[in-house]
Design a protein around this ligand. Structure first.
Ligand SMILES: [Mg+2]
Length: 355
């Protein structure tokens, strides 16, 4: 018997422009591509920790992946139960786990000749709506980016707030609403920047602007729930929930209406599907997002979104933020992202990765 083989390759992806959020500024994304091969098919996974957000660094993720990569040679089937123990060992290394679980799931799908989404849910959607993201400080820039997004066919736009003062946040959401008209969904994301009182007041002042929900108005599950219990605009938990247990805690407050599910941050497609199921049990909504990942990470999030059964717009249209990528990223057309019919993830990485 010849076992599976694993290959880990580093990459570094420059951003087209600095990404500013309530949690700081990012100029590039560094990560690791994991390939797991059975000699015929190769499944792909990606680990791209984000500085300031993720509990793991690229170096610690590389060490985690090196440790488990050796062990995959002991099995010859991606569904071998011994691999579950390897995944359990990566509980504290969510990006490494996401790469490992993702590569194994992709390999399984390719061996079966079906899409990864179909492995997760037999009645997965062929395409999902995606939101545009607007992270700009000047109202004129917000106006032009919103107009571009609508012209490209997006029916949902997410605006980053919390970078400057509240008055400028409100001004930018006003400009966005005036630009897109009443029929386009607007969401905002403060990335935890506001104090609870500030958030409640900011959302009160935005109540007339038709904001569908606010992600991370304040920092931490309890603070977000406190805002949610005093706001007519629903609130969402994103980076304050680091794992499925955190998501259960957030939903249990009864004041958080939406969970943002990042397969990369939670530890892979299986855990992302578990989080989506929890949201459904609590009567809450979920949206699936990438983390400005490379193309393989975006494709994984796309397949989870397609398998989720959720018809809200997902946060997957992030590849245009990158100057270079690790593969042909899933394309956005008329505000939708489609799976295609190829087996597994439907894309393969480039031979040479940007470094
Ligand atoms: Mg967010």
């Amino acid at each position: 018997m010849t076992g599976l083989s694993a290959d880990v390759r580093p990459f570094r992806l420059p951003l087209r422009r600095v990404l500013s959020t309530g949690r700081g500024h990012t100029r590039h994304r560094s990560g690791l591509l994991l390939g797991i091969s059975d000699g015929t098919h190769t499944g792909w996974g990606e680990a791209t920790p984000m500085l300031g957000w993720s509990p793991a660094s690229v170096d610690s993720t590389a060490a985690s992946l090196a440790a488990v990569s050796a062990a995959v040679s002991l099995v010859d089937d991606p569904s071998d139960p011994r691999l579950d123990h390897l995944l359990d060992d990566l509980e504290r290394a969510p990006h490494a786990r996401a790469a490992m679980a993702g590569a194994l799931a992709d390999l399984t799908a390719r061996r079966q000749g079906v899409t990864l989404a179909a492995v997760l849910n037999l009645s997965a959607a062929p395409a999902v709506p995606v939101n545009a993201m607007v992270s700009a400080e000047q109202p004129e820039m917000v106006e032009s980016l919103c107009a571009d997004a609508v012209a490209m066919g997006h029916r949902c736009i997410k605006i980053k707030v919390g970078v400057l003062d509240v008055a400028s946040d409100i001004a930018r959401v006003e400009v966005a609403r005036a630009t897109v008209g009443p029929g386009v969904e607007l969401r905002i994301d403060a990335n935890g920047a506001w104090a609870v009182d500030t958030a409640i007041e900011a959302l009160r002042q935005m109540a007339e602007l038709g904001v569908s929900y606010c992600e991370e108005p304040s920092d931490g599950i309890d603070a977000i729930a406190a805002v949610g219990s005093h706001s007519d605009i629903p609130v969402a938990v994103d980076e304050s929930a680091r794992d499925v247990d955190d998501i259960a805690k957030a939903l249990g407050t009864g004041s958080i209406d939406v969970v943002v599910v990042k397969p990369q941050a939670l530890g892979g497609p299986d855990l992302a599907m578990r989080a989506i199921g929890l949201a459904r049990e609590f009567g809450a909504s979920a949206v699936v997002t990438s983390m400005v990942d490379g193309a393989i990470g975006v494709a994984h999030a796309l397949h989870v979104a397609a398998a989720s059964g959720i018809d809200m717009a997902h946060g997957l249209a992030t590849s245009s933020l990158l100057e270079a990528d690790i593969g042909p990223a899933p394309r956005v057309e008329a505000g939708m992202m489609a799976l295609g019919s190829a087996a597994g993830l439907g894309i393969d990485p480039f031979e040479v990765l940007p470094s």
